[in-house]
Design a protein around this ligand. Structure first.
Ligand code: SF4
Length: 417
């Protein structure tokens, strides 16, 4: 991985909700946005609580109308994470949000471009020490006096780039918009340059990272449903983060924003940009050797682990004894399923052989016991005491190659219980 790009740090939050640093070497944070109406106060508070519980560092809410900024006064005292107000077309909403005590403002140069209005927002933010994210998303429009000249210059710079024209527009817009901030000595700024095109996202953030030292908020906008939006988002974000670019991320799905938080965190854990919280689940993809309902088991285990395990215990759920032990290498707690049974190992040591209906409860119980031992200093994560030896496939689990061969030859087998 390339070293992280050093950016100016901004801080979002206050004494009550805590402070999240963005940029300047701080851990990459995960943001999301509520899907419900902000003016529905109780629902909005409940959604923010849910997103914070899922691990969101910062939550954004939309404030398109006065009733939304009025609601902020009631929402803010009830939540425990920093809140960003997403201001749409009216700068007055930004001023009202700041007055209500919001922790950050998001401005879109395409929506609020009147210089005097932008200056009022900047001054109010300075007074309250509130940072501003400038979101120069694809399609934003900012007029610039020497726009054509600068576009021509940048067009030359990006001449070789497939996205040269769009990059030139984005950079031009940013330069013009940020000039207003710099002229007022305001530098508490984060930048985003989202697009629905993942390759434009890579090109835009790469170019912006070379030209500005403000922290970057990464994202692919309107990435679509989770089923396709995951790859659309993760591919460019991984590339940028591995290149050292990006200080905070938001993954956008047309789905429950809890998934945005979960996937954002998982991405950062996988790239080793954040220390994992909670269990890490390894699961085999299943194949023709399977003799339990593995997909359901894995989903049930995932949900339970998320609810109950706080330490980064590696848990493996394997469908059989044939390849399972090798694939579960390094797991702290592992289950190998057989013929409607499962053998549970803790750091290589066989602990139990239970029927399918007891697998879940016993696996979780062993995870809890192991977690307690780690907390008491009696065990260490990732420490394998003994090699996992494949159990006798016929004797213990009633599955495996020998059984498969015998089934193929038409010999009836005794049911193992
Ligand atoms: S662990 Fe067993 S069941 Fe799962 S994919 Fe590997 S061989 Fe197939």
């Amino acid at each position: 991985m390339n070293p992280r790009r050093i950016t100016r740090q901004i801080v979002v939050g206050d004494d009550r909700v805590g402070r999240i640093a963005i940029g300047g070497g701080a851990p990459v944070s995960v943001q999301t946005m509520t899907a419900g109406y902000t003016h529905e106060i109780d629902k909005c508070v409940a959604e923010i609580h849910k997103l914070a519980a899922a691990g969101a560092d910062i939550v954004r809410v939309a404030v398109p109308e006065k009733k939304d900024t009025d609601a902020l006064r009631h929402i803010l005292p009830q939540v425990s994470v920093p809140i960003v107000a997403d201001v749409h077309f009216h700068f007055q909403r930004a001023l009202e949000s700041i007055e209500a005590g919001v922790h950050k403002i998001r401005l879109n140069p395409g929506n609020i471009s009147d210089r005097a209005q932008v200056e009022k927002v900047i001054d109010a933010c300075r007074e309250r020490k509130i940072p501003i994210r400038v979101g120069v998303n694809e399609g934003s429009i900012v007029e610039r006096r020497d726009k054509q000249k600068r576009m021509k210059e940048l067009g030359g710079v990006f001449g070789e780039n497939k996205y040269g024209h769009m990059l030139a527009i984005m950079i031009t817009k940013l330069e013009e918009y940020l000039d207003i901030f710099y002229e007022r000595n305001f530098y508490d700024i984060a930048i985003s340059a989202k697009s629905i095109d993942p390759m434009l996202v890579v090109a835009a953030y790469t170019e912006i990272s070379r030209r500005f030292d403000h922290p970057l908020h990464l994202g692919v906008t309107h990435a679509g449903p989770k089923e396709t939006g995951t790859i659309r988002s993760i591919a460019p974000l991984s590339h940028l983060l591995l290149s050292g670019v990006g200080d905070t991320i938001r993954i956008s799905y047309a789905n429950d924003p809890v998934y945005e938080v979960q996937d954002g965190l998982e991405l950062l854990y996988c790239l080793q940009l954040r220390e994992r919280k909670g269990a890490e689940l390894i699961a085999c993809p299943s194949c023709g050797r399977i003799q339990v309902d593995l997909f359901k088991l894995v989903q049930d285990v995932r949900k339970k682990l998320a609810d109950e395990i706080e330490l980064p215990i590696k848990v493996a759920v394997m469908g059989c004894v044939v390849n399972g032990p090798g694939e579960a290498e390094g797991a702290d707690v592992a289950i190998f399923a057989g013929d409607r049974r499962g053998i549970i190992y803790v750091q290589g040591e066989k602990i139990a052989n239970v029927p399918e209906e007891q697998i879940m409860d016993r696996l979780l119980e062993e995870c809890r016991i192991f977690q307690d031992k780690v907390r008491r200093g009696e065990a260490k994560l990732g420490e394998k005491k003994v090699d996992i030896l494949p159990p006798d496939p016929i004797g213990e689990l009633g599955s495996g190659w020998e059984k498969i061969q015998r089934e193929k030859s038409g010999v009836a087998l005794p049911v193992m219980r």
